[in-house]
Ligand binder design. Structure first.
Ligand SMILES: OC[C@H]1O[C@](O)(CO)[C@@H](O)[C@@H]1O
Length: 505
């Protein structure tokens, strides 16, 4: 998934090569892959807050929302399992399909998987746009998920193999950047379509076809990667392709390394068995905890449900959609900050500052909502208090976007040595998808049940993850992948797990 397959160089990274047209094309594929994913994250919240959409597919929610004014709890007005399924089903389908995609990507090549992803996504977008009933709507969402699973599995792998080693880290964060731009575009589209008298939600949903078409058509013109050609026994074509994409005939070193890497990966009987060994406990912990914590920051409460959340806080329809645009802009800008600071301040610095800020914001938002709605959910936010809440949520989104957002992908990609890389990345991606699904499915129910305490709940997790970073996550800034084992070996805790005698890469 997003950035999940970016891998650092296993070789020395000092190969000859220029930034060729192919490399630029790969960046564009990265952008459309990320946009596709981001558009989906951002579109559902706005659509589920549109009256026409609710009335058509979720009439119970619509009537509940309208009747709240007669004295029911504000916390529960949107709580509905089917409504949440509309948002979350996509991520479950993506989780399952990314496993299938990993088989296709290996056996048939990266390009085929990208094509399959783009096409299935396209069908899903069209089905969503023309949906006449809830069944078709959810089926469309599931197909979008299958497309996302395929794209998120294959695009990052494609990128990491096509890009020169020196560009891999930058591309990693750029993918996340594209995700945030996709979210923002979706927020803007919703803001515009909500003013349409009829069928605004259809336009919002069908526009997902645009990035899908760009990606599908773009992929037709892309070659497959040298790594994939070698893996499938086509060494001569692979060498010619490598010369073409690097813009030089002097690619022998890199080519040899690719062949060795391919041979080695075929010898690894089971990367899954490998990663379970005690010596890889630090990496296994990263592969599970980092994506788990990234989602337990609660960020997708905002990305999925900002309009619904702000409607709960008494904002009008247009104003609620505007809040999503505002948080969307903050998300993009703060991700830019991450790109420029991650190699200066290091990963730990960003994690610790970001985590602390998020915690303060969550306590503030929980207290504000609690003070107005109390436990029974009766009450009304004044305009000033509503704006203050929005401002605090913006600080929270910024803090996420320069810490756990991009680092949630970057750090895992830096710590897996070759022999456990594929398994490590798969775990990272699927844990992320799974908890994205869980938050999408449960947030509205949790808000109804836990009330303002929900913000303290996420705050508690942010506190725990910040402690984890402080005590258990070593700095990986500027560390070569070959050196990574040394870092764990000299760590006060993890040295108990990593054997001292041999240096493994
Ligand atoms: O805004 C950030 C977005 O990025 C992700 O973490 C994926 O990389 C999403 O889960 C989130 O919605």
């Amino acid at each position: 998934m997003a950035g999940g397959g970016f891998v650092s160089s296993g070789g020395n990274g000092d190969y000859e090569g220029k930034v060729t047209g192919f490399v630029i094309m790969t960046c564009m594929v990265a952008a459309t892959g990320g946009l596709l994913f981001g558009y989906d994250i951002g579109i559902s919240g706005g659509v589920t807050s549109m009256d026409e959409f609710l009335l058509k597919f979720f009439p119970n929610v619509y009537h509940k929302e309208k009747s709240v004014k007669n004295g029911e709890s504000q916390y529960c007005k949107f709580s509905d399992h089917l409504l949440q399924l509309f948002t979350s089903s996509l991520y479950l389908a993506a989780l399952v399909s990314s496993f299938v995609a990993s088989i296709t990507t290996k056996a048939l090549g990266r390009k085929i998987s990208m094509l399959i992803g783009g096409l299935i996504f396209l069908i899903g977008a069209i089905l969503n746009g023309v949906a006449m009933n809830l069944g078709v709507l959810i089926l469309g969402r599931l197909l979008l998920g299958v497309g996302i699973g395929y794209a998120n599995q294959s695009v990052p792998v494609y990128l990491s193999e096509m890009a020169p080693a020196k560009l891999r880290g930058a591309l990693n964060v750029c993918f996340q950047m594209a995700v945030t731009i996709g979210i923002l575009i979706a927020n803007l589209v919703n803001y515009g379509t909500a003013t349409m008298k009829k069928n605004g939600w259809r336009v919002s949903l069908v526009l997902a076809a645009v990035p899908a078409i760009i990606m599908t058509v773009g992929t037709v013109f892309l070659p497959d990667t040298p790594n994939s050609l070698i893996d499938r026994g086509q060494k001569e074509q692979a060498k010619a392709m490598l010369q073409k994409i690097r813009g030089t005939s002097n690619v022998d070193n890199e080519f040899e390394d690719l062949v060795i890497a391919s041979d080695m990966s075929k010898q690894v009987a089971s990367p899954w068995g490998n990663i379970m060994q005690r010596r890889y406990r630090p990496q296994l912990t990263v592969a599970i905890l980092i994506p788990f914590f990234q989602q337990l920051t609660g960020i997708n409460v905002i990305n999925f449900y900002a309009p619904v959340l702000f409607k709960t806080l008494g904002f009008g329809d247009g104003a609620a959609l505007m809040t999503a645009v505002i948080t969307g802009v903050v998300n993009v800008v703060a991700t830019l900050v991450a790109i420029f600071t991650v190699d200066k301040f290091g990963r730990r610095g960003l994690f610790l500052v970001g985590g602390t800020l998020m915690l303060v914001c969550q306590i503030a938002v929980g207290s504000l909502i609690g003070s107005v709605f109390g436990l029974d959910g009766h009450g009304q936010f004044s305009k000033v208090l509503g704006d203050v809440t929005l401002a605090i949520i913006c600080v929270y989104v910024a803090a996420f976007a320069w810490s756990w957002g991009p680092l949630g992908w970057l750090v895992p990609s830096e710590v897996f040595p070759l022999e456990i890389r594929s398994a490590g990345q798969s775990i990272n991606v699927s844990v992320n998808m799974f908890f994205t699904f869980v938050i999408g499915q449960l947030f509205l129910t949790m808000l109804c049940g836990m009330k303002f305490g929900l913000f303290f709940f996420f705050g508690g997790f942010v506190f725990i993850m910040t402690l984890y970073v402080f005590f258990f996550l070593p700095e990986t800034k500027g560390v070569h992948i070959e050196e990574i084992t040394k870092i764990w070996r000299s760590h006060w805790f993890w040295k108990n797990y990593v054997p001292a005698e041999e240096t493994r890469v």
